[in-house]
Design a protein around this ligand. Sequence first.
Ligand code: NI
Length: 227
Amino acid sequence: MMLHVPGVLSAAEVASLRALIEAAPWEDGNATSGKQSRLAKRNRQLPEGSDAARDAGARVREAVTKSALFMAAALPHTVYPPLFNRYGGGETFGDHVDNALRFQRHQNVRIRTDLSATLFLSGPDAYDGGELVVEDTYGAHEVKLPAGDLILYPAASLHRVMPVTRGERVASFFWIQSLIRDDAQRTLLFDMDVAIQNLAQEVGLGAPAIVSLTGTYQNLLRMWAEL
Ligand code: NI
């Protein structure tokens, strides 16, 4: 499932985060790449483990955990410390699939990447190109969101970032190990959660059918969750 999560950061929070990361030193995006992604990747990133990356990453992590929509869709077990990248002057990241496992030695985090997330920190008017293109069985989906909005997509997807031909695209990106490893099961739980919330608006949270459906949701979660 691909999901647009709007308003993870307010305009003021985006501006403050941009000021924090833009004052810090950046490095070649290939500093942490494997041999294969080095062939496809041309961008810059905040050094993983730098003070700026840690502070800015903590803000992003706090913001996503406050988003009810993000939490319902991702059902996170562990959120990887967010990273930051920027593309300008034709920079791009060609077709690739993200690594299945990520180890962050600075904060001692080890995860299986079930979901990938990109949080846009530049508005769509600030640059040309730079669309995130995610392939799935329904075809290729182009994503270019307002600053402060996030896209969540399965980490198993083939994806790319189109060349940025004007201006600059700044974003945070990170991975999530979900309590629910399987994308189809996670999607079913999310759809059911949304339907229950909508129905509860009409009939009330205490209606017997809502209590029963909520129980079924919890029991599916119990059946499938991996802690
Ligand atoms: Ni990627």
